[in-house]
Design a binder for this molecule. Structure first.
Ligand SMILES: [Zn+2]
Length: 224
């Protein structure tokens, strides 16, 4: 990745980047849109340089930060790896969740999008706890059954699944939670989404759909 004082971007940089777009969520090619002026970089010699790319799918601007590898007389060499300043957001049908669960789960997903996997785990524990309360008596058991069913469907072995169960159903405090890595956090994310779907979203969608059907049946009946 080279920015040249006279020639601008060198061919390597024009090579596009593949990335999950933080706006449209599509894994798309990104083309360079705004490139810093090499002459002023050579003058100031910052350690990091920001570039704006354009998403080929939705044309939104995507900001990336590169570390400078080396300054030479006429050119700036950037390291190939970069930091995404805006990460894609995880989506969920939040409107079906109980209010408190929604607030906590939104924050959990923000932690996840920012790669803060243990903050994510703590927020998952709180979100799950509030969901069990909202489900009323036997709520925790209901959640547990859904999660065990999800483990079976996804074919996750017990050893891998133990920390996920500990986060969601352990009776201890936050300081007793196991440390999660990216892979475990990913499983926790999908399992909790599934549990919320089974406990709230599914029922909400089904009752809403049936209500609409009934409404039209009654409308038609009253027309005859
Ligand atoms: Zn896009």
């Amino acid at each position: 990745m080279i920015l040249d004082k006279d020639q601008g971007i060198e061919s390597e940089l024009e090579e596009r980047i593949g990335l999950e777009c933080p706006y449209c969520g599509v894994y798309a090619h990104m083309s360079p849109q705004s490139i810093p002026d090499a002459a002023s970089l050579l003058h100031d010699k910052p350690k990091h340089v920001g570039l704006v790319y354009q998403c080929d799918a939705c044309h939104a601007p995507v900001f990336l930060r590169f570390a400078v590898r080396e300054y030479s007389e006429n050119r700036v060499e950037l390291l190939r790896n970069f930091v995404e300043l805006e990460r894609p957001k995880e989506r969920f049908a939040f409107s079906y969740l109980p209010k408190e669960t929604e607030v906590l789960f939104r924050e959990a997903l923000t932690c996840y999008s920012n790669n803060s996997f243990n903050a994510f785990a703590s927020m998952c524990k709180r979100a799950a706890g509030s969901a069990f309360d909202a489900l009323g008596e036997g709520g925790k058991l209901r959640g547990f059954e859904e999660v065990m069913a999800a483990q079976g469907i996804a074919g996750i072995d017990d050893e891998t699944f133990a920390p996920i169960k500990a986060v969601l159903f352990g009776s201890g405090q936050n300081e007793d939670l196991p440390l999660l890595d990216r892979a475990q956090a990913g499983i926790l994310l999908e399992v909790l989404k599934d549990m919320f779907y089974q406990c709230f979203v599914r029922r909400g969608k089904l009752t809403r759909a049936i209500k609409v059907r009934r409404f039209f049946v009654n409308e038609n009946a009253s027309n005859f």
